[in-house]
Design a protein around this ligand. Structure first.
Ligand SMILES: Cc1cc2nc3c(=O)[nH]c(=O)nc-3n(C[C@H](O)[C@H](O)[C@H](O)COP(=O)(O)O)c2cc1C
Length: 486
C-alpha cells in the first residue's frame, strides 16, 4: 500500500495513525493512574476492543501518554504484523504460522543496523538524575504491591558466551527513582543469561523498553527457541533492519525509535520484595517475594513519551489474545517441524491465559497419531511452560470453538482410556495449584492431562455417524430458506 511505504514499521506513532484510520483507536483524557486506567483497560480487553490512548494524566504534562489494548482483536493484531484484511481466528493463526516459518530462514538477512542517534535519545536522565517517576505509571489492579512500569514491555539481554541478543517480556515494578523490580521466571532466557554473568562474578547488563511499536512486545513475549535473536525476527517481519543505538552505559542495542528505555545492571545480591501483581492466570498467584532488581543508570525517552501498557488479570485480558494467537501459531509450526503430519489447526484458549488449554485438530492418518500430536503440543518449547490440558480432536472440530471441543470430549472419549497424565512438568511460581511450601523448596512442577478426543483410529469407520445435515443439504436448504435467518 502506498501509504505504508512512507511509514516507519518500528515507530509506535505510525502504528497509532494506522489504528486510527482503521477505527481502532480511542482517546481517554484525564483518567486516574490509580486503578481507573487499569479498570478501563480490563473492561476494554474483555470486549476485544480497540486500542486506547490515555492522555492528560494528572501530575504530568499533556502528551505524556499510556497506550493499552494494542492487540485485542484480529484487526489490530494483524496490523501489528503487517497482515491486512479481516479474517477469523483460525485463518489468522495459519497466517502467523506462515510468517514464523519464513522468518526463521529470512531473519539472517536482517541483522540489527547500528545508527548514531534516534528519537529515543530526545531526553536523557543519567546517573543521579535518573528518575523513573518522570514517566506516568498506573497502579493497574487493586491488590498490586506497587506501580508496574513494565507490562507491554520487553528487555534486552546478551549471552556472554555466544553474543546472542535475546528479547524477553518480564514484568517490571517501579521501586523509587532508579530501582526496577524484575520478576523473570526460571527457565526463561533472561533468567539463564543473567545467571551466566553472575557465575562469572559480573553484574548482568540489561536494557528495558517500556514503550515501542507493539511488534517488539509481541516478539519479546513469544516463546521462541533459545539462540533466536528476536530483533532480527522483527526486522524480517517488517522487511527492514531494526535501527539500534549502542547503549552508552551497557553497550547493548536500544531500538532507536522506541519511546522509553533504560539501561542498568542486575546484581546477584540485589533483591527486594516484589509483587503481588495481578497475573495472567487471573490470580495474584506469585504473591510477594524477594526478586532481583535492576539498578537503573540511564533513562531515555522521546518527547511526549508513550508507555505501552498490557496488564494481565483474569482472562480474557489485555495480553491474552496476542498470547493465544502467537502461541497457537508457534505450536502449529513446532508440530510441523517435529514431523507430525496433517495438523489442521491449533488453538490455545484465552480462558486458560493463552497457555494452559491447548487444542490441536488433526486429520488422523495412523494409530497413535493423536497421542503423538497432543504430547508434542504441550511439550514443545512454545507449549511446555504451565500448560495443563492438551486436547486432540478430529479435523471436523474447530479448536477455537468451545462448544465443539466439549462435544468432542463428551462423545469421543472414555475417560478411563483416553486421559493420560504426565508428571513433574515445567511450571513456575505463578501456578496457583503449587503450594507456597513447594514454591519455597523450588518444587515448581505441575502435571499435564492429555485428552484424546479423536474417534478411536482402529474403528474410525465404524464410529456412529454424526446427526447433522450434510453440507450439501444445508447449502440447498439455506439457498431456499436463508431469508428466515437474516
Ligand atoms: C504482559 C506479559 C507479562 C509477562 N510477564 C512475565 C514475567 O513477569 N516474567 C516472566 O518470566 N515471563 C513473563 N511473561 C512471559 C514471557 O514474556 C514469555 O514467556 C517469553 O517468551 C519469555 O521470553 P524468553 O523465552 O526469551 O525468556 C509475560 C508475558 C506477557 C505477555
Amino acid at each position: 500500500m502506498e501509504n505504508d511505504r512512507t511509514r516507519n514499521p518500528f515507530d509506535l506513532r505510525d502504528w497509532l495513525k494506522k489504528a486510527d484510520e482503521m477505527g481502532q483507536l480511542r482517546i481517554a483524557n484525564g483518567a486516574d493512574l490509580k486503578y481507573e486506567i487499569g479498570t478501563i483497560t480490563e473492561i476494554n480487553a474483555a470486549k476485544a476492543g480497540p486500542a486506547i490512548i490515555f492522555d492528560q494524566i494528572s501530575g504530568y504534562p499533556e502528551g505524556y501518554r499510556i497506550l493499552t489494548g494494542s492487540m485485542l482483536n484480529a484487526e489490530t493484531f494483524g496490523m501489528t504484523l503487517g497482515i491486512d484484511g479481516t479474517m477469523g481466528n483460525i485463518e489468522l493463526v495459519d497466517r502467523v504460522a506462515e510468517i514464523l516459518r519464513n522468518v526463521a530462514t529470512e531473519s539472517k538477512n536482517y541483522p540489527m543496523e547500528y545508527v548514531e542517534d534516534g528519537p529515543v535519545m530526545e531526553n536523557k536522565l543519567v546517573g543521579d538524575d535518573v528518575d523513573l517517576n518522570a514517566i506516568p505509571v498506573p497502579l493497574w489492579h487493586e491488590l498490586d504491591g506497587g506501580a508496574y512500569m513494565g507490562t507491554g514491555t520487553w528487555q534486552v539481554h546478551q549471552d556472554p558466551d555466544t553474543g546472542w541478543v535475546n528479547l524477553g517480556t518480564y514484568r517490571v515494578q517501579r521501586f523509587g527513582k532508579n530501582i526496577a523490580g524484575n520478576y523473570i521466571s526460571p527457565g526463561h532466557h533472561g533468567h539463564i543469561i543473567r545467571q551466566k554473568y553472575w557465575d562469572r562474578g559480573e553484574p548482568c547488563p540489561v536494557v528495558m523498553c517500556f514503550g515501542a511499536h507493539p511488534l517488539f512486545y509481541l516478539m519479546g513475549s513469544s516463546d521462541v527457541p533459545s539462540g533466536v535473536d528476536e530483533l532480527t525476527w522483527a526486522g524480517a517481519i517488517a522487511g527492514k533492519r531494526v535501527p539500534v543505538i549502542k547503549g552508552p552505559v551497557t553497550g547493548l542495542p536500544i531500538p532507536a525509535d522506541c519511546e522509553i528505555a533504560v539501561e542498568g545492571y542486575a546484581y546477584p545480591d540485589g533483591t527486594m520484595l516484589e509483587g503481588p501483581f495481578g497475573e495472567f492466570t487471573g490470580y495474584y498467584g506469585g504473591g510477594e517475594k524477594q526478586e532481583h532488581v535492576v539498578q537503573v543508570k540511564a533513562l531515555y525517552f522521546r518527547n511526549q513519551p508513550i508507555l505501552l501498557g498490557s496488564p494481565p488479570n483474569r482472562p480474557p485480558n489485555d495480553m491474552s489474545y496476542q498470547f493465544t494467537v502467537m502461541r497457537s501459531a508457534a505450536i502449529k509450526e513446532a508440530l510441523s517441524k517435529a514431523g507430525v503430519p496433517d495438523v489442521k489447526s491449533v488453538w490455545v484458549a484465552e480462558a486458560g491465559g493463552g497457555r494452559m488449554w491447548i487444542v490441536t485438530s488433526i486429520k488422523q492418518r495412523y494409530a497413535g497419531h493423536a497421542a503423538q500430536a497432543a504430547a508434542i503440543a504441550c511439550n514443545c518449547q512454545a507449549g511446555a511452560l504451565m500448560s495443563k490440558y492438551s486436547i486432540v480432536v478430529d479435523d471436523d472440530i474447530d479448536p477455537s470453538k468451545m462448544d465443539e471441543v466439549i462435544w468432542a470430549i463428551c462423545t469421543r472419549t472414555n475417560p478411563v482410556d483416553d486421559i493420560d497424565i504426565l508428571r513433574q512438568c515445567w511450571s513456575n511460581p505463578l501456578e496457583t495449584m503449587i503450594t507456597t511450601e513447594d514454591k519455597r523448596e523450588g518444587k515448581l512442577y505441575i502435571s499435564k492431562a492429555i485428552i484424546n478426543a479423536c474417534r478411536p483410529y482402529h474403528k474410525i469407520h465404524e464410529f456412529a455417524p454424526v446427526s447433522q445435515s450434510s453440507e450439501k443439504l444445508l447449502k440447498e436448504t439455506l439457498d431456499k430458506w436463508g431469508f428466515l435467518f437474516k
